[in-house]
Structure formats: structure tokens, C-alpha cells
Design a protein around this ligand. Structure first.
Ligand code: SF4
Length: 261
């Protein structure tokens, strides 16, 4: 049996490679990062997260089927949705699950109807794991998974409860979109045609909002690399202080954080 890694060993590993979600969490709140990635605290999945991951899994199945040139009919998609819904169950409040399941399925239907992606159009890549060795910049290895690459454009799926504002989502998702651009360029040797954020919005009448972004600029890549430097330096200093703010309202480590000193 292997020994449980020490915190120092975990931190050492985290400094060697980083994903956009890890980097984002570190930048959002370093104490939350510590609870999740170093202390390894596991919290029950929320309903919103469950809906988002079920929708994401079905869209992955839909894209993979297009990639194999065997597109899935709506009934097959619903069967796939029901299957992934039943995995990794959530502790539902009475009556909550049916409503959430209907919401999730309506998001999938909305996407298939409104994305207008022809079933016959073969994706370049679906859910592909990519990494970029950035040691020549003195940075950790960057790792990530691209949801979809279609005609040279990187596509990332999101679910949200509010209609996104184009400029704000471009800014708030920049760590992720720039990371994906670096990974895409490393994997293909080419510059991406562009980046699209596909937001499925959970309204009474769900809708799809597509935000189209230009290819990553040099300035954006420099910003990403500076943020990665700050991540490595912060881990070196064991800088895991809390960042109290609006994000605390939905933080799963709220109670643990209140004990911090
Ligand atoms: S409650 Fe706020 S400050 Fe505390 S860990 Fe969570 S996000 Fe950070």
C-alpha cells in the first residue's frame, strides 16, 4: 500500500503541472484551493453541478457520435442523459430531482435545436486531453481537456442561471480560454480560428448564448503566464489566505473557513 502523500509532496506536484480550473481556483481564493487540492476535503455535489455535468456528458456523447459519423437520435440522447443522471447521485430535497432533471433535459434539447451544428459536420476533436510543456518559460506543465474543436474553433460549454454579458464572460473566462489556446497551439502547431463560449441558460424558456472570441492575443498569453508565475510563487510561499467576498455565498468550505486563523 502506498503512503499517503504529505502536504509538501502534494504542493510539489501541484507546482509541476496546473490545469485552468486549478489556476482559477487559486486566483479566486487560495484558502479554498488549499481545502480542495491540498487538504483533499470532499463535499457532496450540488444540484446545479449535477445538472451541468449531466448536460456536459450528453453533449460529449452527441459530439463523439458525430465524430464517428453515427449521429445520435433524440431518443438515444435522452437514454444517455438518463444513464448519466443516475450516476453519482445527489442528496435531493423532496420533489427536487424531477424538476432538475427536466431542466437538464430541456437544456440539451435547446442546444441540439439552437446550435444549428449539422449532424454531418465532423468535429476536429472531442473531449481531448492536451498538455503543454512550458518549462522554457520557467512555468509548470499546462494540462487541460478541450470540450470540442470544430473547424479550428475551440468550443467550451457552460451552464448558467443568468444570460451572460459578452465582455464580462470574455474577461471572467480568460484564464480558461487562453489556456485552451496555448494547449491547442501546442497540440496542432496552428493558431486557433477563434474561441466560442456556448452558454446554456437555465431560464423558464432555456436559451443558448454563443460568445465568439478572437484568437488569443500575445498580451493575453503574457497575462496567463504572469498568473501562472503568481501561482507557483504563492505555492512556494505557502500563501493560503482566505479571500472573503461575494464568492463565499456559494463556497462549500464556508464552515471550515470560519474556523481559519
Ligand atoms: S468562504 Fe470565501 S474566503 Fe472562505 S474559503 Fe470559501 S471562498 Fe474562500
Amino acid at each position: 500500500m502506498s503512503a499517503v502523500p504529505t502536504h509538501a509532496e502534494i504542493i510539489g506536484h501541484l507546482q509541476k503541472e496546473v490545469s485552468p480550473s486549478r489556476l482559477n481556483l487559486f486566483l479566486q481564493c487560495r484558502l479554498k484551493f488549499w481545502f480542495r487540492y491540498i487538504a483533499g476535503l470532499i463535499k457532496p455535489k450540488t444540484a446545479a453541478l449535477h445538472v451541468g455535468s449531466a448536460v456536459h456528458s450528453v453533449l460529449k456523447a452527441w459530439n463523439k457520435a458525430r465524430w464517428k459519423s453515427h449521429p445520435l437520435a433524440l431518443k438515444e440522447l435522452y437514454d444517455e442523459f438518463s444513464k448519466v443522471w443516475a450516476e453519482d447521485p445527489v442528496q435531493w430535497e423532496p420533489g427536487e430531482e424531477d424538476d432538475e432533471k427536466k431542466t437538464g433535459w430541456r437544456l440539451v434539447e435547446t442546444y441540439i435545436r439552437e446550435s444549428k451544428i449539422p449532424e454531418s459536420l465532423k468535429p476536429d476533436a472531442v473531449e481531448v486531453s492536451v498538455e503543454a510543456d512550458l518549462h522554457q518559460h520557467g512555468l509548470p506543465k499546462l494540462i487541460g481537456i478541450l470540450d470540442l474543436v470544430q473547424s479550428g474553433t475551440i468550443v467550451d460549454y457552460k451552464t448558467s442561471s443568468q444570460t451572460p454579458n459578452a465582455e464580462k464572460v470574455a474577461h471572467t473566462n480568460e484564464v480558461q480560454t487562453s489556456s485552451y489556446a496555448v494547449l491547442y497551439r501546442e497540440a496542432t502547431g496552428k493558431r486557433e480560428q477563434g474561441i466560442e463560449l456556448h452558454h446554456l441558460v437555465k431560464l423558464k424558456n432555456p436559451k443558448l448564448v454563443i460568445t465568439t472570441l478572437e484568437p488569443m492575443s500575445e498580451q493575453q498569453q503574457t497575462r496567463l503566464f504572469h498568473l501562472m508565475e503568481a501561482y507557483v510563487d504563492g505555492l512556494d510561499r505557502r500563501d493560503f489566505i482566505p479571500s472573503p467576498g461575494l464568492q463565499c455565498m456559494s463556497c462549500e468550505f464556508f464552515n471550515e473557513c470560519r474556523q481559519w486563523s
